[in-house]
Design a protein around this ligand. Structure first.
Ligand code: ALA
Length: 468
């Protein structure tokens, strides 16, 4: 069979080893826990700087696109609950070449999310340290190469290696700790609302779209406008795969998964829009858009330094769980791709005693640490979005192909109105992709241009299916 058409057989749901113990409130907590992180706590500043008060529309658009993709994810996740998420679904539905391309895009997504969240975290943690009288610069300049300043972000590197160390020792987020941190993360945002809303001034909402409704390039290389804001703030919404990976443990997957995924999207969209509106109403967006800890800054400027410290403290403790989830996801993707023979098989090797993949964890941590110093938070998050948008498009396409090719296969969860939702996800993701700035799109295609020869020279011959 031609290489592009080799398809990984769909592994039907196995007979249950895992106990079905999770109900929809657990899945909601899992979803909100994986989604709420650096996006709303840190990136909102840059998003508001790009969109102006219209950031609330940016949140609504990004949330709707993400919810459509999430619904497609849920059907495929329950249909083939094997690890590897979008990579595995596209390998089975669209063939090996597309599977590889999606896996390659996911490597970009996961690593870059780790970097972005670590940079977002460093903004809050340096604020907390300053509160304790300790000054750690967020960026240290190392030198200059071809007119481009090279930096390191010491705090981001610190947190990436702490989390990598925990993963190597075999730490997984426990459901119990996750629930506490989710409540803390949401409570800190509600505290923000309680302080910012009384200072609400509607006049700060005019003009509503100072940079226009679309996405317009500027001389500095960033884009501005409400859709440019949506393309960047899309970052704040993903992480819901955490819910789909729990499919096998859901008591009633058809109902609980839908509530878990759609519910966490609805909660996050509404919460984010409220935070966006409260932030804009409380302070001129030009002031907080340049801050590394915008939520804490606004509260401090309203004369509540203790509350700012609480919010900074919660963000410092809770945001690393998002790093944990994505770094873990990255090692899983490497593991499955190596097991399929598309990456060196040694990458799927785990340490004999610890049972964890040390090599790929350290490799990822090193790459993420370098990235954290090279680009700004907005640039890193945009790059992660490019990889994610590509993967979401492939997932929605896979859903439609499998509905036609395998109509009779068991689907514990069926995407409602699939023939509307899946095309909407594709069009929405393409639109957000096109609204990213040019530098990001170029970086994404450079990454892809490296991936295709890697596949042709290596994976295409070595793949487990090619050996059959
Ligand atoms: N949605 C995740 C965050 O905002 C990636 O941190």
């Amino acid at each position: 069979m031609a290489f592009w058409n080799r398809r990984k057989p769909i592994e039907a749901p196995q007979h249950q080893d895992l106990k079905r113990t999770l109900s929809w409130p657990h899945l909601l907590a899992l979803g909100v826990g994986a989604i709420v992180g650096a996006g709303i706590y840190a990136l909102i500043g840059q998003g508001a700087g790009m969109a102006g008060p219209g950031i609330i529309v940016s949140f609504a658009v990004a949330g709707i696109v993400c919810a459509c993709a999430a619904l497609c994810y849920a059907e495929l996740a329950t249909m083939m609950p094997a690890s590897g998420s979008a990579y595995t679904y596209s390998y089975s539905a669209l063939g090996e070449l597309v599977g590889w391309i999606v896996g390659w895009a996911l490597i970009l997504e996961y690593s870059v999310v780790v970097s972005a969240v670590a940079v977002g975290w460093s903004g809050y943690f340096s604020g907390v340290l300053t509160g304790w009288g300790i000054d750690v610069p967020q960026m240290i300049q190392l030198g200059e190469v071809a007119g481009h300043a090279l930096h390191i972000n010491p705090l981001a590197i610190f947190i990436i290696f702490v989390v990598a160390g925990l993963l190597i020792l075999g730490t997984r987020e426990s459901a119990w700790i996750n629930s506490i941190l989710v409540v803390a993360k949401i409570a800190a945002l509600i505290l923000f609302l309680a302080i910012a809303l009384p200072a609400f001034d509607i006049s700060r909402f005019t003009p509503f779209a100072p940079f226009g409704w679309g996405s317009t390039p500027t001389e500095t290389g960033t884009n501005i406008g409400i859709m440019a804001g949506a393309a960047v703030m899309f970052f704040a919404f993903y992480g819901f795969d955490a819910v789909s990976t729990a499919a096998e443990e859901a008591k009633n997957p058809g109902r609980d998964l839908a509530i878990g995924i759609v519910g966490s999207m609805v909660i996050c969209t509404l919460l984010y829009m409220a935070i966006g509106a409260a932030a804009i109403g409380a302070m001129d967006f030009r002031e907080f858009s340049v801050s590394g800890e915008p939520i804490a800054l606004i509260v401090r400027s309203l004369g509540q330094p203790e509350a700012a410290l609480i919010i900074g403290g919660v963000a410092s403790i809770a945001i690393p769980t998002v790093i944990l989830a994505f770094l873990y996801g990255q090692t899983r993707i490497f593991y499955v791709m190596a097991r399929d023979g598309l990456l060196p098989r040694s990458w799927s090797r785990v340490h004999p005693k610890l049972g964890t993949p040390i090599f790929v964890t350290i490799l990822t941590a090193v790459v993420c640490s370098i990235l954290a110093g090279l680009l700004t938070l907005g640039e890193i998050a945009s790059l992660a979005n490019a990889g994610t948008l590509a993967a979401f498009i492939a997932v929605a396409l896979s859903l439609m192909v499998l509905r036609r090719r395998e109509p009779g296969r068991e689907r514990p969860f069926r995407t409602p109105l699939a023939w509307i939702v899946a095309p909407l996800a594709i069009v929405g993701c393409l639109y957000l992709f096109a609204s990213l700035n040019e530098g990001t799109i170029v970086r994404f295609f450079i990454w892809m241009a490296i991936g295709i020869p890697v596949y042709l020279l290596w994976g295409g011959h070595k793949s487990a299916l090619a050996q059959k």
